[in-house]
Design a protein around this ligand. Structure first.
Ligand code: DOR
Ligand code: ZN
Length: 348
C-alpha cells in the first residue's frame, strides 16, 4: 500500500550545534531538541564549539546542567580540544560521546595545528570516536595520524571528491575510519549560492556539481548522514556567519530522494540510525520509533521549531511529515506539537 504510514527507528544525528550555553538567542536546548523531534530525531549529539568552548570539566558540567533542564529528546555531547587540555580527557571520557577536533577555520575559530594531532590522538584513551573537521587540505594528515595511532576516526561533513577519495582508500586499507555527509552538500551546489547569498555560506563550502555527483555515486562508502545543524540569526548570516540549520529538513529531503530513486529506504535507515548508533556505541531500542505521513510538501521558513526561523531548502519539495515520535515508549511529539516536558529527555 503506497499510502500507509512510514515507520522508522528513532533517527540519530551525531553532529549538531545547539548553541547552549552562550548563544541561546539563536538556539537553546529546548528549541534545538524540539527541532530534532519535528525532524524525527530522537538522539542528537552536540558539538563543543560554544561561545565558551567545551574543553574543561567545568564547561561540560555547565552545558549538561543547562541541557537537563530543557531537553525533550536524548542528547549526547562531544568534548573539544585546543591541544592544551589533555589532562581533562580521562575525567570526561565516560560522560561524552566523542572528541571533536577542528583542523579548518569555522564558527568559533577553535583551530588546531596539524602538528598537535598525534599528541591529542594518543591522549584520547577511549574507544569512543575522534570526530574531525578536516577538509581536503588536511585530510591526508588526519588519515596518517589515524594509521599511526589506530584511533577510531570519524571525518565529518565530507563535501567533495578530494575528501572522499582518500577516505575510501583508507577504508580499503583497513583503517578505523568512518565518514559523514550533510544534506546541504548532497542537495545544494556552489551555483545555488547565487540565489542563497549568505544563506548558502557554510564550512565546508558548497561544491560544484561534479563533486555532488561523486558523493551520490559513492554514497555506499559514506557511513552516516549528519545535518551539521548550525543555526544563526538573519543578522548573523548577513554578517557572513557559517552554517545552516538542518534537523527539520534532513528526513523529508532524503525521503524525496528515495522517491526519485537516488537512494533506498534501507540507506536512510542505515545512515540516519543504525550506523551512527554503531559508531557511537549506542544500543538500539525498539520502543523508540517515528511514524511519518507519506505526503509531499513544499519546504518553507514557516512553522520551524529552530529559533533561527529559516532553512536554505525553502522552496524545495520534501516528502514525509513526521506525525508521531515515540521515545522509550512515550509519545513525545504528535502532529506538530511537542508532548514531552522540558527536561524529560535523557543525557546520553
Ligand atoms: O558551517 C559550519 N557551521 N560549519 C562548521 O563546521 C561549524 C558550524 C557552526 O558551528 O556554525
Ligand atoms: Zn559542525
Amino acid at each position: 500500500m503506497s499510502n500507509s504510514t512510514i515507520t522508522l527507528p528513532g533517527l540519530v544525528d551525531l553532529h549538531v550545534h545547539l548553541r547552549d550555553p552562550g548563544q541561546t538567542h539563536k538556539e537553546d536546548f529546548l528549541s534545538g531538541t524540539s527541532a530534532a523531534l519535528a525532524g524525527g530525531f530522537t538522539d542528537i549529539f552536540d558539538m563543543p564549539n560554544n561561545q565558551e568552548p567545551i574543553v574543561s570539566v567545568q564547561a561540560l558540567d555547565n552545558k549538561v546542567a543547562s541541557a537537563k533542564r530543557q531537553i525533550v529528546c536524548d542528547v549526547g555531547f562531544h568534548f573539544g580540544s585546543l591541544g592544551d587540555n589533555l589532562d581533562q580527557f580521562d575525567k570526561v571520557k565516560d560522560r561524552v560521546s566523542g572528541l571533536k577536533l577542528y583542523l579548518n577555520v569555522t564558527t568559533g575559530n577553535y583551530l588546531l595545528s596539524p602538528e598537535s594531532l598525534t599528541k591529542i590522538f594518543m591522549a584520547w584513551d577511549s574507544p569512543k570516536p575522534i570526530l574531525v573537521h578536516a577538509e581536503a587540505d588536511v585530510i591526508e594528515t588526519v588519515l596518517k595520524v589515524t594509521a599511526e595511532t589506530g584511533q577510531k576516526t570519524h571525518i565529518c561533513h565530507v563535501s567533495c571528491r578530494a575528501e572522499l577519495e582518500p577516505i575510501i582508500r583508507a577504508k580499503e586499507a583497513g583503517l578505523p575510519v568512518t565518514c559523514g555527509v550533510t544534506p546541504h552538500h548532497l542537495f545544494l551546489r556552489e551555483a545555488d549560492e547565487q540565489q542563497l547569498g549568505n544563506y548558502g555560506r557554510m564550512k565546508p563550502a558548497l561544491k560544484p556539481q561534479a563533486d555532488l555527483d561523486y558523493l551520490w555515486d559513492n554514497l555506499d562508502r559514506v557511513d552516516v548522514i549528519e545535518s551539521d545543524h548550525a543555526p544563526h540569526t538573519h543578522a548573523e548570516k548577513d554578517e557572513g556567519a557559517f552554517g545552516v540549520p538542518g534537523l527539520e529538513t534532513t528526513l523529508p529531503l532524503l525521503l524525496q530522494a528515495e522517491r526519485e530513486g537516488r537512494l533506498s529506504r534501507n540507506d536512510i535507515i542505515a545512515k540516519c540510525a543504525d550506523n551512527p548508533r554503531r559508531i557511537l556505541g549506542l544500543t538500539p531500542d525498539s520502543t523508540t520509533f517515528i511514524e511519518v505521513d507519506p505526503v509531499e510538501f513544499k519546504i518553507t521558513n514557516d512553522n520551524l521549531q529552530t529559533k533561527c526561523g529559516w532553512t536554505p531548502f525553502a522552496g524545495r519539495t520534501g516528502y514525509g511529515r513526521v506525525k508521531t515520535v515515540t521515545l522509550r515508549g512515550k509519545v513525545v511529539y504528535r502532529d506538530g506539537k511537542i508532548m514531552a516536558q522540558p527536561g524529560s529527555g535523557r543525557v546520553i
